[in-house]
Design a protein around this ligand. Sequence first.
Ligand code: E4P
Length: 218
Amino acid sequence: MKFFIDTANLEDIKEAQALGVLDGVTTNPSLMAKEGITGKENILKHYLAICNIVDGDVSAEVISTDFDGMIREGEELAALHEQIVVKLPMIADGIKACKYFSDKGIRTNVTLVFSPGQALLAAKAGATYVSPFLGRLDDISTDGMHLISEIREIYDNYAFNTQILSASIRHTMHVVNCAKVGSDVMTGPLSSIKGLLKHPLTDIGLNQFIEDSKKMQL
Ligand code: E4P
């Protein structure tokens, strides 16, 4: 399973990249606004800065909600850097734009997916990635993980190439469960990646080894 980090914070991206396990980055307008990135020039510069830190795919989301606007924005984003993946909302014009880009060989990520039917449409339109929002479903007492399993089953039935990018990850158990049900990618905050390191028995065991190594008189 690929690990993407879901942030526009350059320090967090650098820290995840330094761990050596990062495969890409996802951003969205809320994450960009959180970093105080304003104005078209700064936004494009920020995407370039992210591409220069990581080796993998960087999802950059269009702001437009109409077909022509999405095509204009998406083409500009895709031309910015070869690592950019155009992120499109799961609406009719977003699906049309996804088909347009996939026919042109431009990679896409269909976002804001909350049902198996939406994921089926995204795959039919040739999306590179589909982003089901696991955490936001859990937030409203709906089983987000079940959605990931349903999409896995549908995509396997027809050998769709679209990769399941489990998004809106909140914690390490989401990451582990995504791996168990065969999600292709997970995207979450730095804490969801670093949290995988933690186990008290590892800390206790290491302390014991350090103490005992002192008896070895190196
Ligand atoms: C998906 O790509 C989104 O950026 C993201 O995962 C949304 O997560 P949230 O529900 O934590 O905002």
